[in-house]
Design a protein around this ligand. Structure first.
Ligand SMILES: CC(C)(COP(=O)(O)OP(=O)(O)OC[C@H]1O[C@@H](n2cnc3c(N)ncnc32)[C@H](O)[C@@H]1OP(=O)(O)O)[C@@H](O)C(=O)NCCC(=O)NCCS
Length: 193
């Protein structure tokens, strides 16, 4: 997998402590040339000030599916800033930034010792660079610190990229909820910590 220059720093444990901020590493110079700074992906817990950027990201991601997915489904996943504010109640969101721009987001919520991942999305222009892996990694770290025993996520078969990602990260399919989400089957993937 690509993404050797990403860092997972800045994730916060449930109690909200700050970890050190990531810094870009510079490659060694040749003939005294000053190299361009390397882009680093930084994952941090999202705050209310990130809401407009996160909503814009969801819009970029799901607008791409217009005509390919039911309109109702797209609407559900493109929250207004007000809707996202209410999503944040009881759910911890992590945002990935590249060059200070939000390029990925995921939510996680702890219920009875298990953490559910929700609303994972990565900017179409920033894919296959390890960003979703870093975000899920942040959730795993958060889950461990919270004392959770497992993580789980719902996915519909049409999201084959997401399913490949979860499998690569050690999730296994553990069941199906029939006609569960807007009348569609949803498959459950879990990873025991
Ligand atoms: C699915 C998604 C989150 C993946 O984000 P990403 O940052 O590109 O994922 P990563 O770079 O961390 O991928 C890690 C690995 O997962 C697998 N993977 C990710 N996307 C894949 C795709 N489209 N097809 C096949 N495998 C894929 C690959 O094994 C990849 O490793 P590789 O690039 O070395 O081959 C992104 O494509 C997305 O936002 N899709 C639309 C929204 C969505 O599907 N959300 C999840 C709903 S359940």
């Amino acid at each position: 997998m690509a993404g050797a220059n990403r860092t997972d720093e800045g994730t916060q444990p449930p109690e909200g402590k700050h970890l050190p901020t990531a810094t870009a590493e510079r490659p060694s110079t040749r003939n005294g040339e000053v190299p361009h700074p390397v882009s680093v992906v930084v994952v941090t817990q999202a705050t209310h000030s990130d809401i407009p950027e996160i909503c814009a990201l969801y819009k970029r991601v799901w607008d791409d599916y217009k005509g390919k997915l039911p309109e109702e489904l797209i609407k559900t996943w493109e929250p207004s800033t007000l809707e996202f504010t209410s999503w944040m109640e009881g759910v911890t969101y992590f945002a990935a930034r590249k060059d200070k721009r939000v390029v990925g987001v995921v939510g996680c919520s702890l219920l009875q010792g298990a953490v559910q991942l929700v609303h994972l999305a990565v900017d179409p222009e920033a894919r296959r660079a390890g960003i979703a892996s870093s975000l899920v990694g942040a959730c795993m770290e958060w889950a461990r610190r919270a004392g959770a025993a497992s993580l789980w996520v719902e996915a519909q078969n049409r999201f084959d990229g997401a399913i490949a990602l979860f499998r690569k990260l050690g999730f296994t399919e553990s069941g199906t909820l029939h006609k569960h989400f807007l009348h569609e089957d949803v498959h459950l993937y879990e990873r025991v910590l």
